[in-house]
Design a protein around this ligand. Structure first.
Ligand SMILES: [Fe+2]
Length: 232
């Protein structure tokens, strides 16, 4: 009888112990999740601070990085690409022009065509951006967008002259978003064009400048949706 009571007491103690373990595990998991969220938030804050440092110089493109990131992610969603849900893709979109910190104002803001020498300097910005970011592990594939956002589908782009699918897919989608934003915002030398006009220009570059699948994704997103994203 006593042995049985002992056994019951031992089992009850074991059960309480297991419950304590379960509670500890839940607490650890919750704390871990909170830390992860905090880490993600500080990554995003760091990326935005860097992107803003570039944009602060450039009054007329105001919020270009934010818009182009929103357009790019929308295109990636329209093309059903997994990268639409990848935070590193968004980081790459936001930081694409970070290398422009090294381009002199006289070139960056020149309201006239660049000379050959100036163009060479300007075209160094993807590599400079890559160099700036290369040691930051959490950026991962974001660095590929920064390096390759001026490649062209036909291989005539820079800095590496990659062709077709050798160009990272995020950079191919980005190139379309970047051009869409450039054509639909005011510049010192011309007013903003309409989305319809921009679509026509981009469609004409499918298979030469742009990845055809990325251009097709553009057709799947309405002007109204782009207007919404632009207003955010
Ligand atoms: Fe660029």
């Amino acid at each position: 009888m006593e042995a049985e009571a002992d056994l019951v007491a031992r089992l009850e103690e074991k059960e309480r112990q297991l419950e304590r373990y379960a509670t500890d595990l839940r607490e650890t998991f919750k704390a871990e999740r909170k830390r992860e969220q905090e880490l993600r938030a500080s990554y995003m804050a760091t990326v935005r601070a860097l992107a803003n440092a570039v944009e602060a110089r450039d009054a007329y493109t105001g919020r270009h990085a934010e818009r182009v990131a929103a357009y790019g992610l929308e295109l990636a969603r329209a093309a059903d690409l997994p990268l639409a849900h990848d935070q590193q893709t968004e980081f790459g979109f936001l930081l694409h022009d970070v290398g422009k910190v090294a381009v002199p104002d006289a070139i960056l803001f020149k309201p006239a065509p660049l000379t050959d020498e100036e163009r060479v300097l300007m075209e160094q910005h993807p590599m400079i951006g890559w160099e700036i970011l290369r040691g930051i592990d959490f950026l991962g594939d974001a660095k590929l967008v920064v390096r390759h956002h001026h490649e062209r589908w036909d291989g005539a782009g820079y800095p590496d002259g990659l062709t077709g699918e050798d160009i990272p897919v995020a950079a191919r989608v980005f190139a379309v978003a970047d051009t869409l934003d450039a054509l639909t915002t005011d510049r010192p030398y011309r007013p903003a064009g309409t989305f319809a006009a921009a679509r026509a220009v981009i469609a004409a570059g499918a298979g030469t400048q742009f990845c055809p699948a990325s251009v097709a994704a553009l057709d799947a997103v309405s002007d109204e949706r782009f207007e919404e994203l632009r207003a955010v």
